[in-house]
Design a protein around this ligand. Sequence first.
Ligand code: ADP
Ligand code: ASP
Ligand code: MG
Length: 403
Amino acid sequence: MLIVKKFGGSSVANKERIFNVAKRCIEDWQNGNDVVVVLSAMGDTTDELLAKATDINPKATKREMDMLLTTGEQVSVSLMAMAMQSMGVPAISLNAFQISMQSTSKYGNARFKRIDTERITHELENRKIVIVTGFQGINKYEDYTTLGRGGSDTTAVALAAVLHADVCEIFTDVDGVYTADPRVVKNAKKLEVVTYDEMLEFATLGARVLHNRSVEMAKKYGVTLIVRSSLNNEEGTIVKEAVKKMEKMLITGVAGDKNAARISAIGVKDEPGIAFSLFHTLAKNNINVEIILQSVGRNGRKDISFTVSQDDLQATIELLEDKKEVLTIQEVEYDENVAKISIVGAGMMSNPGVASRMFEALYNSRVNIKMISTSEIRITVLIDEKDVDRALNAVHEEFNLGE
Ligand code: ADP
Ligand code: ASP
Ligand code: MG
């Protein structure tokens, strides 16, 4: 078997944990399997590097940022190789450059375009354990790029796809995917199986246990994912294609995302083309808009509100202020202290009343809803950031997800 195993930052946070991971990987290798290991940076390294950069230059270029951030993963893979070698096992660490993991040019948020398998295959044929840096790619300028926070999961799935691995295991600091973040909702329950579609929504909406693009890629290439703990041998959660027999759960889980901001373009002209121009301007500048709400026109004017991620807030405000006249905006307002909470579940497609139950639960715990957006399998509401934990617990309770 060819096994890809990915370990997150907390799983390799110190010497003891590095050896714990080394042992787990060596076991599979000793059983005759080919083993590819993908690692994140140790502990909070990435956050610490970010803080160092901000201290030196708060407006550091994204290129230099990626040059810096990619060092974190290089430390963990080389130390892991040393640990395995000290146990008498042939291991080799490789980074994105050595493998040629080519990505798009966008620093800080690159996507894989092409990954060569030659080097890895060669090392595996020599019976080595191959340890690869997560989170990084190389762009057409031969610069390092990063895949966005949490991107090591995507490295693992991408490798599993191109190497046709039999399984891709994502090891983390919780036992699997839960009905809600187990650190916020105490009685959250571990899910045995989740479908790609549900997990994709879930990850995109704030269940950061998996990077959303890793799920997208797993679905595209049919990679079965297993999410489990690096600290015990519990079975974990399987993420895979829906099968007919699978019972469609009404609600799979709830997720919260504090990385949101609301922006309102107040008093724009109520005439055709305004929304188009506004969102076209944002799209051209690579700003991703989430929930959109437009008020009913009054006296020829209306308001358009929408949410963006907090990282894009400043750029969005600048753009709108810049184009205030062409876009006929009277005032640009914004609110950073908002968050999204969402419920996800394939079962809601065929069950009316799910939204009203969610809203009632929020009402009962005095949480005000600012915006609403829905798809076939999710409902998202925008609320005050301070209400997130209370709201998550209330909604989790309403749908009896802890049982
Ligand atoms: P790693 O460093 O291993 O990649 P992450 O911090 O990225 O770990 O992801 C694991 C964390 O995701 C957990 O510690 C947990 O707090 C959080 N999390 C959020 N939502 C969920 C969920 N629905 N199920 C499990 N964990 C979740
Ligand atoms: N080290 C990176 C981060 O902290 C990538 C990852 O952990 O997946 O975001
Ligand atoms: Mg992660």
